[in-house]
Design a protein around this ligand. Structure first.
Ligand SMILES: O=c1ccn([C@@H]2O[C@H](COP(=O)(O)O)[C@@H](O)[C@H]2O)c(=O)[nH]1
Length: 231
């Protein structure tokens, strides 16, 4: 399966998002709804984007005690979503409780564990008391997630090769931290190009600002898709 492109739709409101989605309809299958739009517009927005024909990656990065996360997964299971994130840092029991809730309520939902945020570099990990470099920490958290029954992970494309080698072959490896050559990195630290992410084995790449801030978002998306198809 070729690497899929997911648009991170981090815009302030529906009035901004709707025309963007209409422009991108036809070239894109996946839209990521994250904290900004979900806190503003909630489940109704998820249903609206799904009704437009997009597959939904709901990126809420759940992180709480096991019972609370499991109940949140149950509540979210009524929504038309295909992927949902939680933080692997919540630990094995939290992930296992989430997996159990997902299997009972929505067996086709992919639960993805966020490993080390792509905005963090080695110094940022040291500052929170983690002695591992990002690659070692990503591998450790992903292995914990596999033990808990998780179906995939969010990491930087820089770690995908190692995870590919270490994890079961059907593991979804979803990578933000992707920038076309010359694009502004913004607050991202661990980045590569779409082509390099595809060659490393990302199953999906997540791209936001380089598309929705581009003068022509549809052209920006087409260019990334073409880069993925040639990789
Ligand atoms: O480690 C992570 C986890 C999630 N994200 C999300 O991906 C997008 C990236 O947007 P860009 O504008 O392309 O930087 C954004 O929604 C993040 O919340 C991430 O970047 N890193």
């Amino acid at each position: 399966m070729p690497t899929q492109l997911i648009l991170a739709l981090d815009v302030p409101d529906r009035e901004t998002a709707r025309p963007l989605l209409r422009q991108l309809d036809g070239s894109l299958s996946w839209v990521k709804i994250g904290l900004q739009m979900f806190t503003a517009h909630g489940p109704d927005w998820v249903r609206e984007v799904s009704d437009m024909g997009f597959k939904i990656f709901l990126d809420l990065k759940l992180h709480d005690i096991p019972n609370t996360v499991a109940k949140a997964v149950e509540s979210l299971s009524v929504l038309p979503i295909h992927m949902l994130t939680l933080h692997t840092l919540g630990g094995r029991d939290m992930m296992a409780a989430a997996v159990q809730a997902q299997q009972t309520t929505k067996p086709d939902l992919q639960l993805l564990g966020v490993t080390v945020l792509t905005s963090m570099d080695a110094a940022a990990l040291t500052a929170i008391g983690c002695g591992n470099d990002p690659a070692t920490q990503v591998s450790r958290l992903a292995q914990l997630g596999i033990d808990a029954g998780m179906s995939g992970f969010v990491c930087s494309p820089l770690e995908v090769g190692q995870l590919h080698a270490d994890l079961p072959t059907n593991t979804q490896l979803v990578t933000p931290g992707v920038r076309p050559v010359g694009a502004d990195k913004g607050d991202q630290s661990r980045v590569t190009t779409p082509a390099d992410a595809a060659r490393a084995g990302s199953t999906h790449i997540v791209v936001g600002r380089p598309i929705y801030k581009a003068p022509d978002p549809a052209a920006a998306a087409r260019s990334i898709l073409s880069e993925l198809s040639l990789a």
